[in-house]
Ligand binder design. Structure first.
Ligand code: UDP
Ligand code: MG
Length: 430
């Protein structure tokens, strides 16, 4: 019996790599395979690199169209894999990304294990992980070893290092109602979530040989999304092609350069994928979370949700850590356009401005829409908050409700796992 292997390759804009990936398939010493290229609307360059390989009848291209705004709604590779799993014809399945090369014996060696061990359902092998810079020059590399039978393979084994029998699929589907979990919080770990499902039914058997080599490029999600929460924080100013935008109320609003450059508001760069999901709306004359004065510093206002809140005194401006260079002068007419909405003061009634950092016990909180959201230090850094957290007294902290913590996306997914089950020393993303 010669077993057929279905290889599912997810592809998105890696013109520099895809050719080598496909070549590594063509060079396999084992020939009974099919390759499903699940392309996620790649650029022309990438498609052109794929084209010549389509002459091989084992290779099939599934070209997906995805609207840019929809790209972050699911873990795209998991969504594409789920679709591929409904069309495969092999008894053995493995996964490949467009920045990973299989060793030429990879399929042969894994198939051999299945042929001679009918009780084994999943095999994994060692992997070389290579980090490269933007010129594709190696900056560091290490080997992720496959040296033991794993009952809990999540976070130890990569996307591209396993092969499993097809017979596990209906079991998973029956239990979970789907194969791979493509909820967006799993962007970094959807493979580990799937391994957990596989582990419900079988253990991972090791093949202690490096059979694939995966590259981490500056464009990979791993790098782009580290420290990014799923949603951009309201009020964030981003720069894109020389234009500036502010996230306000879940929409992207253009703002004048003067609000960013002359003063101390820092614009951050975010992966274009993150910005694409926000609909563009009209320009804001004065961005939110800006301190303004129209009478040369006698009275100060804070613009929040396109309304103005008056600081009771200049001391309150200082108390909440606004520095002189963050204060903008606007005209009286401009100020009049904003509806009044409450006061800002430190005491006697603690009425703080939103989008300021506060410190309570060991943690930093961001006040957002009048709730204290614990914010991870990595996110504080990534979003370029430039003031010191303001220390809170117990009576102040309890005045507001606690909101959803603002943490990097990968941490959100990790919270679902019982990490004590895994050897996290070699913790991995995707
Ligand atoms: N991918 C995709 N659609 C996207 C982004 C990524 O199908 O919008 C695929 C990509 O082709 C790759 C996998 O998801 O096969 C993981 O992406 P990447 O290599 O960028 O991430 P990392 O290696 O850092 O996890
Ligand atoms: Mg990758």
């Amino acid at each position: 019996m010669i077993m057929k292997v279905s290889v599912i390759l997810t592809s998105y804009n890696k013109p520099d790599f895809i050719d080598r990936v496909l070549k590594s398939m063509m060079e396999q010493t084992y020939s009974n395979w099919e390759l499903l290229i699940m392309d996620d609307s790649s650029d022309e360059d990438t498609i052109q690199k794929i084209q010549p390989y389509l002459d091989d009848e084992r290779i099939h291209l599934y070209a997906h169209k995805v609207h840019p705004a929809k790209r972050l709604l699911t873990v795209r590779y998991a969504t594409l894999i789920n679709e591929a799993l409904t069309s495969i014809t092999g008894e053995l399945i493995c996964y490949l990304t467009d920045d990973t090369l299989y060793h030429q014996d990879r399929l042969q060696k894994m198939v051999d294990v299945f042929q001679s061990n009918p009780h084994i359902d999943i095999v994994y092998s060692s992997q070389r992980v290579v980090h490269v810079d933007k010129h594709l020059v190696e900056t560091m590399s290490f080997v992720r070893e496959a040296n033991q039978i794993l009952e809990h393979a999540s976070f130890q084994v990569d996307h591209c290092s396993i092969m499993h029998r097809r017979r596990l699929l209906p079991l998973i589907y029956e239990k979970y109602g789907q194969y791979w979990d493509d909820e967006p919080k799993h962007w970094h770990h959807a493979d580990s979530v799937f391994w957990m499902r596989l582990n419900d039914f079988a253990a991972f058997y090791p093949l202690n040989e490096v059979l694939d080599m995966t590259y981490k490029t500056p464009h990979s999600f791993h790098h782009l999304f580290s420290s990014m929460p799923y949603d951009l924080i309201d009020g964030t100013v981003i720069e894109k092609d020389g234009e500036y935008y502010q996230i306000a109320g879940g929409k992207l609003h253009e703002i004048e350069k003067c609000w960013v450059n002359e003063k101390n508001r820092r614009a951050i760069r975010v992966p274009s994928l993150c910005a694409m999901k926000y609909e563009k709306k009209d320009r804001l004359e004065v961005p939110n979370y800006t301190v303004v004065t129209a009478d040369h510093g006698n009275t100060f206002f804070y613009i929040e949700d396109q309304k103005k809140r008056r600081f009771v005194s200049k001391r309150d401006v200082q108390y909440f850590q606004f520095r002189p260079k963050e204060i903008y002068t606007i005209s009286n007419e401009q100020l009049q356009m904003f509806e009044e909405s409450g006061l800002i003061q430190a005491s006697p009634v603690f009425s703080p401005p939103n989008r300021r950092l506060f410190k309570w016990k060991q943690d930093v909180y961001l006040l957002m829409h009048h709730t204290f959201c614990r914010i991870d230090p990595e996110v504080v850094k990534r979003f370029a908050f430039y003031h010191q957290p303001i220390k809170l007294y117990p009576s102040q902290f309890t005045l507001f409700q606690e909101g959803k913590p603002i943490i990097p996306l990968y941490m959100e997914s990790l919270q679902e796992f019982d990490m004590s089950l895994y050897n996290t020393s070699g913790r991995k993303h995707s």
